[in-house]
Design a protein around this ligand. Structure first.
Ligand code: 2AM
Ligand code: CA
Length: 268
């Protein structure tokens, strides 16, 4: 992607993300009608929809030839990553948004012909913007994030994951995962995939595991994690397909082989 074009898209995207954050903060205490999607714990509110519709309207107005993949379905029916594709989660961590009013993020990844060019993750309540352009480093607000540490091993690693790992026998072996929780220094669950990617990029988590995420949960995070030398695959080490749901491992590259070997070790 041409640098001048990319800079223009980036500036515009950051502006819209910050504006969307302001809308969420202004409106979040009004009574919210909460609906469920795939299951009773898969929540969506009027604000998830409104924020996605806001992005779609702005993008279509300014960049009529760009495509949009969005969690709430206001975007296009995208079947290929050709061209410029915005991959948007208007509120990642909706359960946190509803129950805690914090620890949720706006996530915007912008891909050109399948390559992640721009990643933006905005922690709305903390007013922290994680952002990156491919090849130009990752930033937390104005501060450039350093490359990931070179002295991490499983026994001193903090890994983000949720507790479904301990009662999920289809993708992993639950006994192995119980051993895993004991083996690593600590595990954390923040409830927003986008924020877990941001924390992995920041080096305050050394990796993040998820059993099943959608493209909008990870698109921005992958770009940001790449810029500090991190890697993202599925939990068997395969490349992530940005058009499908997938298990996810994002981590310091030093840990990747050990993490995959450990997780897969108990599988029959
Ligand atoms: P959401 O809040 O946008 O739904 C919580 O562990 C993380 O997983 C959040 O980022 C959440 O995104 C995502 N998540 C929750 N349920 C999911 C599902 N059924 N499919 C994909 N991602 C999901
Ligand atoms: Ca969401």
């Amino acid at each position: 992607m041409d640098k001048a074009i990319r800079n223009d898209i980036y500036e515009q995207a950051v502006k819209w993300v910050l504006e969307a954050g302001t809308i969420i903060r202004d409106e979040m205490n009004a009574p919210l009608s909460i609906e469920t999607k795939s299951n009773p714990n898969d929540l969506v509110t009027v604000l998830d929809k409104r924020i996605e519709a806001y992005f779609v309207q702005k993008i279509k107005e300014k960049y009529s030839n760009h495509f949009i993949i969005g969690e709430e379905g206001y975007g296009d029916s995208v079947t290929s990553l050709d061209g410029t594709v915005w991959i948007i989660d208007p509120i990642d961590g909706t359960m946190n948004f509803v129950h805690q009013k914090r620890n949720f993020a706006i996530s915007v990844g912008i891909y050109q012909d399948g390559i992640g060019e721009i990643g933006i993750i905005y922690d709305v309540m903390s007013d922290i913007l994680y952002h990156a352009k491919r090849g130009e480093g990752a930033y937390k607000n104005e501060q450039e994030l350093p490359q990931l540490k070179s002295n991490v091993k499983l026994t001193n690693a903090i890994i983000g994951m949720n507790h479904f790992w301990l009662c999920e026998n289809r993708l992993v072996d639950e006994k192995t995962m119980q051993e895993f929780v004991r083996k690593v220094r600590g595990t954390r669950t923040y409830g927003s995939a986008a924020l877990e990617f941001a924390y992995t990029a920041e080096g305050i988590e050394d990796g993040y595991l998820s059993l099943r995420l959608s493209p909008w949960d990870v698109a921005a995070g992958i770009v940001i994690v790449n810029e500090v030398g991190g890697v993202t695959t599925d939990i068997a080490g395969n490349e992530v397909n940005m058009l499908e749901k997938s298990s996810i491992l994002a981590c310091n590259p030093i840990l990747k082989d050990d993490l995959i070997a450990f997780i897969q070790s108990g599988r029959k």
